[in-house]
Design a binder for this molecule. Structure first.
Ligand code: SF4
Ligand code: SF4
Length: 383
């Protein structure tokens, strides 16, 4: 099958957009308005999936970040508790977005009470239904829970987050008209046929606030150099990954889209935070596009573009995209505990499958991801 995520296609899609001749030094945090919510939001937010050092979170606040992301399920609830205790005295200056994986109204409302308690607040700014990749994963009961919570003043705005199949989910949510904010995967690795720009622009035009996530496409440039999770030849890997500026370029790529109100990025240390803050107001340059093209060459066989085209293709019932995303927490973002935690949440029957038992793999990724070998690695590392 032809590889549709070619370097040439990537450069062509990037170069079709306005690109500045050179990067300008960052001056300060920039802000946008989050769709019809009217919330003034820093264009860089902090993602909560990877645990941040509290001092890094406070520094982010000092540097102008006002959006802090978390979820009921992150770090067994500890992510919410850390934010709650850190920002208790600054609550009116920050925006909290959290999420629930609940499948029913009652379950969702119970989750909300726990989130309110752990975030030490009496309201959530944006409350997302977490990881809803198909219309079947949202329902009237969940929307009713969001409406009720809003009437009671427990949330300000209702959101839905999604990792895959945005071409189905975004238009569906726009049509339903029950959602104020979407939190969507969006990065430079996504091929033009996913039509992310079109769907994001349509949602923004309909008044939805747009929060981007997964902007680093796996964060592969930020792994520990020489990390043996990847290879037996860490020196060769180090040479390939030495691309200073690639992650900043990835953030600039996402924020060059003016329909994107903000991007949440997980940071584990001060260096990453400062690099992201500096990148936020900076224009995307030709040099950035070159870095991203090289990055795409490296991640092509590794990183799932989240198109959802392989959904239901594995005869053993593996949720391929989800498993690849979980693996990227370990070998892209460098957080093995997080990947193990997410892997443990998969159903038992999924965790028991071994790709090594298949003579050949029935899942052919049109974007060049080596599905079977990646999933074997996930099963070895995380199972
Ligand atoms: S593995 Fe390939 S086909 Fe499946 S969701 Fe990821 S990019 Fe799409
Ligand atoms: S090798 Fe392919 S077909 Fe077999 S279990 Fe893994 S993903 Fe499914």
């Amino acid at each position: 099958m032809p590889n549709r995520s070619s370097r040439r296609a990537f450069l062509a899609s990037g170069l079709a957009l306005p690109v500045a001749a050179s990067a300008a030094p960052a001056q300060s945090m920039t802000f946008g308005v989050l769709g019809k919510t009217g919330l003034k939001v820093s264009r860089l937010g902090i993602g909560g999936n990877v645990a941040s050092d509290p001092s890094v979170l406070l520094l982010a606040y000092d540097l102008g970040v006002n959006l802090f992301d978390t979820a009921r399920s992150y770090n067994s609830g500890n992510s919410e508790r850390v934010l709650g205790s850190l920002f208790k005295d600054k609550r009116k200056n920050v925006l909290f977005q959290t999420k629930t994986t609940a499948r029913t109204k009652d379950e969702a409302l119970r989750d909300l009470e726990t989130s309110l308690r752990d975030l030490a607040t009496d309201y959530i700014d944006i409350w997302h239904l977490h990881g809803r990749n198909t219309p079947a994963e949202v329902n009237d009961g969940l929307f009713e829970a969001q409406r009720l919570a809003r009437q009671q003043g427990k949330i300000r705005f209702a959101g839905v987050s999604m990792h895959f199949t945005m071409k189905d989910m975004i238009p569906y949510l726009v049509k339903l008209g029950q959602t104020d904010v979407i939190l969507t995967s969006y990065n430079f690795s996504m091929p033009p046929e996913m039509e992310m720009e079109k769907h994001i622009a349509a949602a923004r035009a309909a008044g939805l606030g747009i929060v981007a996530m997964k902007t680093m496409a796996g964060g592969f440039a930020r792994i520990q150099r020489g990390d043996r999770l990847y290879t037996d030849n860490p020196q060769a890997l180090t040479a390939r990954l030495k691309q200073p500026g690639a992650m900043a370029a990835a953030l600039k790529w996402a924020l060059r889209n003016k329909s994107v109100d903000t991007a949440i990025v997980a940071v584990t240390d001060r260096e990453q935070l400062e690099e992201n803050v500096a990148a936020t107001p900076a224009p995307l340059t030709d040099a950035d596009l070159g870095l991203l093209a090289a990055q795409l060459d490296f991640i092509r066989p590794l990183y799932c573009r989240m198109c959802g085209e392989c959904t239901g293709r594995c005869p053993q019932g593996l949720p391929v995209g989800d498993m690849l995303r979980i693996l990227s927490y370990a070998d892209g973002y460098g957080s093995l505990p997080l990947a193990r935690e997410r892997f443990r949440e998969l159903p038992e029957r999924v965790r028991q499958v071994r790709c090594a038992d298949c003579a050949s793999c029935a899942v052919a990724c049109p974007h060049g991801v080596r599905v079977a070998s990646r999933l074997r690695k996930a099963q070895q590392l995380l199972g």
